[in-house]
Structure formats: structure tokens, C-alpha cells
Design a protein around this ligand. Structure first.
Ligand code: AGP
Length: 608
């Protein structure tokens, strides 16, 4: 996610801004910038694409002794990574940095006069909107910010400064954190307390809907309705690494537990439960083009591939006459396969840089097939080379093991499939259950994680000594089993593999002995009874089974049962995968391996 810093006091602002932005680097970003103001109101704005070191190179030529300023590291959401799109953005005499997404920025942009837009960002629209109320200092900066934010739909954490009042910073938050660091004759601003460590131990965490005006010796907070708010000063955690992991021991657990929020960002502005439809602007396919699709190729590696297999199982259930082929990129790129003309290719990649997936994209484009990216990193190579795309918007995924990206990749592809079905005239009554369950997923994910986290930690300890594991599932639970096995193997180094339940008797059943434990994913549904008989085959051979199920009256004599309670019927595999994610995490913690950087692996496999 983006990072915000600000400083007003007696010391050099540039120094704090740069050191503060470096503290936020772990959050992932693709460009950065700072602006400082001199006492006479003259401003020094420096921005750079790429890493902070690029910003520092520019700064070396513009050293200033200014004592007020704001800074930002940008994780692109609107407009690709570039100096022009980097924050701070200027409008008149004021400068703004922003975390979050302004959903109605296009509508707001149309209302703005007398501002020549230079960037593609929603942030510049917000800066111009604030300026339209500020009117070059005719009104107090804080009032102008309040008036503008009343018109905003979406999420924001912002900091604003003006050349006309170079002693104050105005900040506000709604859905994106903003912390005020209280110093002695100096005040700090940050989107993440890690930037404050070593500067102050006193912090005020703004709440949603609050706006604050800070100077070197005062802090005034009020709501958007101009009601005064009394500042609650709290002690901040002094351990940097604890803060950067949001209080979790590892990024992996943070990212697993972040999934209610990250999926909410994926769905933002795309799901219309009232009408039972979804809307994706990014793919850029017309209704007519969507209607013509007869074949979907879904391309990815590792977790992205598993997401594609699972999404494909769902799409073929509701998209009529659409055949689905999900392929492993490193294989498909050498197959010279013929691609039917009425195909569209979904190119799935969290990083947007995976070499094999990128190579497939280029091969498929050579055949004149439309390519749609299902990507997380904005402006990444794959995101730039596809014909259209849907960003999953889960924020930076730091841990090598992919978790929140998987959940959002599956749902993003299902939503793309729904747009095909909608264009083909599939009755809303058939599609509405998918849309309604998608809308409910974030809350159900939160429930499943909160209820089961401690249970899974205990179960994982029981199986710590095993070196082999088998994950099993039927139907949509089978690609889910594949993903669960990958999670466990890639961080605990346990030899975990997944098999379709129905495949057991064709070979894998021979493996079962006391060296193995099995994880059986058993969602309620038409395949449940068949899966139960497979479980009994494994039990008869001494299998040690951990059953994950949402079936109310589950009575098989297995080793452990993880019961999922949910009203969902369709996306229960997504909820079961959370159990696999937690299990892999706690197993690895119990063993003592490096959870976030497992041996031999990299977060983005940019080599073939
Ligand atoms: C998943 O946990 C792994 N880290 C790995 O399989 C990953 O999914 C794969 O390398 C694809 O990465 P991408 O999504 O960035 O293309």
C-alpha cells in the first residue's frame, strides 16, 4: 500500500521525510515524492519513479533547510508508475498526498474548472477539488479540505500543505490509516507508525471521518461535520518490525488475516447485489465481444495457476457454451497449441513479472487472441502488455507464499466469467447466487479466520513430525486441495501433494501409510457422499485424516475435524483454503523455518 509522511517543527523536513519513507518501503511502492515549504512559502517538489534512492539522487541537487513538508510512496492504483503520477500532486498553491481510492473521481473531475490536469490519478482530482474550495487562501485550508471530502466516495488517508500557510499540515482519513506523532515543538504525520519510531512514542490515531490541522505546537481535530474531537494520545509500539507486520509475527499471517479487507478492495465498485450483477471496466471488452467468447484460456504459474483452475470450475457452471482450458504457463508456452479464434486468454499473475507467464502472454498475442490481465501489481510488465485487465487490488503481497492474492484472483476471474454470462443473456436468477455470495465473502472470511485461527495452531503442532502429506478434494475442492498442498510444501518443506479423490484408487492410495497424514476438503454438496466413500478408503488403510468441512452432521471417525460454519454454498472452497493457509503457516512456525522467505524461492520468478 502507499505510504504517507509529514513533518512540521524546527528540524530539517527533508531528512525526516526521506527516512520516514524508507521505513515504509516494505509496504511496496513504485514511485515516491516529497514537497517542502520555506518560510516565505516557496515550495520544493521532488518526485521520482522507482525506488527512494532515485528520489534521493534528485534531492541531492535541491537540499533545503525547510522545516515543513509531506512525502509519499505510491503503490499505483490509477495511472501507471511515473514521475507525473507520483505524489505529492499540486493544485494552485496546495500540495496533496493520498492513500486509498477515490471511487467517484471521474464525476468530481468533471466539476472542476480552472485546473489543468497533468496526471491520470484520482489524487490530482482531489487536490484540485480541495483547491476549488480553498480558492488560493480565501478560505482556511482545513475548511477547504472538509468541504471537498464531503463530496468524496471511496477511501482516503491524506496530508495537505499550502505555500500560503507554510506552518500547518491538514490531514484526514476514511478507510486508510493516518497517525499523528506528537513531538516537542514538532509534529509528525505517517500512514504507519513505523515511520515515527525513534522520533516520538506519543501518537494520535485518526478515526474515519476525522480531519486534523497540525502545526509544530498544536493539533486540532474535528469531524467532517465540524464537531470538535478530543485527541486521544497513545503509546506506540517501539519495535519497528512488529509495526511493519501490523503487530503480527510474520507478513504471511498479516496477509492471511488481511483477506477480508483485501477482498473488499477487490470488489470495490464492481458488485451490484441489488441488481444481481457485476461490472468490470478494466477488461475493455464490449458486450458484443463478451457475447462472442466461446473459449477461455487461463494461464498462470503456481498459486496463480491454481486460482485459474478453481475459477474455471466455477465459470463453466454458469457461462453457457464456454469451454475453459487452464494451463501451466511454463508448459503452455512451448506447446504450439492452436487457439480457436473466438477465445480470450486470462493472464493471471500477482507480481505481473513472472517470466513464463509473460512469455505465454506474448505467444498468445502473436496469435491475435485478446489477453486480459488478472494482476495485482499496477503497471507491471504483464499489466502493461495485456489488451485489458482487472487489477485485484490486494495491496503489496510481501510474503513469498501467496495467500490474499489467490482469493482475489479466483473471485476476479469469476466476476469476469459473470460478465460473459451477463452479456450472453444468462438469467439473473442463475447468476444472482454467485453475486450475492461474492458480496458476503469478506465477512465470511473474517468469521472463518477468527473462529479457527487458534484451533489450526494446535492441530498443526500435532502433525509437526510428518514429512509427507496428501491433500484431497473433489470438484471445486480439488484445485483448492492443490493450492493447500502448495502452501504447505513451499514453506514447511513437507512433501505435500494433492490428488482428486477419484484418482486415489488409480495409484496414490498405494502411498498411504503412517508416514503420511491427509487433509480432506469436504464441502457440502452433490459430491460430498462420493468423497466420504473415498475418505473411508483412506481410513481403511490407516490414514490420519484432518477433515475440513461445512457439513453440519459430520460423523466420520477421522483424526481431526475443522468445522466451517457458513451460509455460503458456492464459495466454501475459498473458506476451506483459509484453513490450509493457516495450517501451512502454523506448521512452519512450529517447525521453525523462515515463514516469509522460504529456501530456494523468490516472490517473483522473473527467470525461466
Ligand atoms: C505461491 O505461493 C508461490 N509463491 C508461487 O507459486 C507463485 O504463485 C508463482 O510464482 C506465480 O507468481 P505470480 O502470481 O506473481 O505470477
Amino acid at each position: 500500500m502507499c505510504g504517507i509522511v509529514g513533518y512540521v517543527g524546527g528540524k530539517n523536513a527533508q531528512n525526516f521525510l526521506i527516512s520516514g519513507l524508507k521505513r515504509l518501503e516494505y509496504r511496496g511502492y513504485d514511485s515516491a515524492g516529497i514537497v517542502t515549504l520555506a518560510e516565505d512559502g516557496s515550495s520544493t517538489l521532488i518526485r521520482a519513479k522507482g525506488k527512494i534512492v532515485n528520489l534521493e539522487e534528485k534531492l541531492a541537487k535541491s537540499k533545503r533547510e525547510d522545516t515543513i513538508g509531506i512525502g509519499h510512496t505510491r503503490w499505483a492504483t490509477h495511472g501507471e508508475p511515473s514521475e507525473t503520477n507520483a505524489h505529492p500532486h499540486q493544485a494552485g498553491h496546495l500540495f496533496l498526498v493520498h492513500n486509498g481510492i477515490i471511487e467517484n473521481y471521474k464525476d468530481l473531475k468533471r466539476t472542476i474548472k480552472n485546473h489543468e490536469f497533468k496526471s491520470e490519478t484520482d489524487t490530482e482530482v482531489l487536490a484540485a477539488l480541495i483547491n476549488s474550495f480553498y480558492q488560493d487562501g480565501k478560505h482556511p485550508l482545513m475548511n477547504a479540505v472538509v468541504q471537498a471530502l464531503k463530496l468524496v466516495k471511496g477511501t482516503y488517508g491524506i496530508a495537505v500543505v499550502s505555500e500560503l500557510s507554510p506552518k500547518e499540515i491538514v490531514v484526514a482519513r476514511s478507510g486508510s490509516p493516518l497517525v499523528i506523532g506528537v513531538g516537542h515543538d514538532e509534529t509528525f504525520i505517517a500512514s504507519d507508525a513505523s515511520a515515527l519510531v525513534g522520533h516520538t512514542k506519543q501518537a494520535i490515531y485518526l478515526n474515519d471521518g476525522e480531519v486534523a490541522r497540525v502545526t509544530s505546537e498544536s493539533i486540532e481535530i474535528k469531524t467532517l461535520r465540524s464537531e470538535p474531537v478530543s485527541a486521544k494520545v497513545e503509546e506506540i509500539e517501539t519495535s519497528l518490525s512488529a509495526i511493519q507486520k501490523g503487530g503480527y509475527d510474520h507478513f504471511l499471517l498479516k496477509e492471511i488475516m488481511d483477506q477480508p479487507e483485501s477482498l473488499t478492495e477487490t470488489l470495490r465498485g464492481r458488485v451490484n447485489v441489488k441488481d444481481g450483477v457485476v461490472h468490470l471496466g478494466g477488461p475493455g471488452l464490449s458486450e458484443a465481444e463478451l457475447r462472442k467468447i466461446k473459449h477461455l484460456i487461463i494461464v498462470g504459474c503456481g498459486t496463480a495457476y491454481h486460482a485459474g483452475v478453481l475459477a474455471g470450475y466455477y465459470i463453466e457452471k454458469f457461462a453457457p457454451e464456454v469451454t475453459i482450458e487452464t494451463v501451466i504457463a511454463s508448459e503452455y508456452r512451448y506447446r504450439e497449441a492452436y487457439i480457436p479464434r473466438d477465445s480470450v486468454a486470462l493472464i493471471v499473475s500477482q507480481s505481473g513479472e513472472t517470466a513464463d507467464t509473460l512469455a505465454c502472454l506474448r505467444e498468445i498475442k502473436k496469435q491475435g487472441i485478446k489477453t486480459i490481465g488478472i494482476v495485482n501489481v499496477i503497471g507491471s510488465t504483464i499489466a502493461r502488455e495485456v489488451d485489458g485487465g482487472t487489477y485485484v487490488h490486494v495491496g503489496p503481497e510481501i510474503s513469498v507464499a501467496s495467500t490474499k492474492a489467490f482469493t482475489s484472483q479466483v473471485i476476479s476471474m469469476v466476476m469476469f466469467g459473470l460478465t460473459i454470462a451477463q452479456a450472453k443473456g444468462v438469467k439473473t436468477s442463475i447468476l444472482r447466487p454467485y453475486v450475492e455470495e461474492i458480496a458476503k465473502l469478506p465477512a465470511e472470511i473474517k468469521k472463518v479466520l477468527d473462529v479457527n485461527k487458534d484451533l489450526i495452531k494446535e492441530i498443526a503442532k500435532k502433525y509437526k513430525g510428518y514429512e509427507h502429506a496428501i491433500y484431497l478434494g473433489r470438484g471445486t475442492a480439488y484445485p483448492t486441495a492443490m493450492e493447500g498442498a502448495l502452501k504447505l510444501k513451499e514453506i514447511s518443506y513437507i512433501d505435500a501433494n494433492a490428488y482428486a479423490f477419484g484418482e486415489l484408487k488409480h495409484g496414490p492410495l498405494a502411498l498411504i501409510d503412517n508416514r503420511f497424514f491427509e487433509v480432506a476438503l469436504l464441502p457440502e454438496g452433490e459430491l460430498y457422499e462420493k468423497a466420504v466413500s473415498n475418505v473411508q478408503e483412506v481410513l481403511a488403510r490407516g490414514g490420519k485424516i484432518i477433515a475440513v468441512t461445512n457439513v453440519d452432521k459430520f460423523d466420520l471417525e477421522v483424526e481431526d475435524v475443522v468445522k466451517i460454519t457458513t451460509p455460503l454454498k458456492i464459495f466454501t472452497p475459498i473458506l476451506m483454503n483459509l484453513i490450509s493457509q493457516l495450517f501451512a503457516y502454523y506448521m512452519t512456525v512450529a517447525i521453525g523455518y523462515n515463514v516469509d522467505q522460504p529456501r530456494n524461492l523468490a516472490k517473483s520468478v522473473t527467470v525461466e
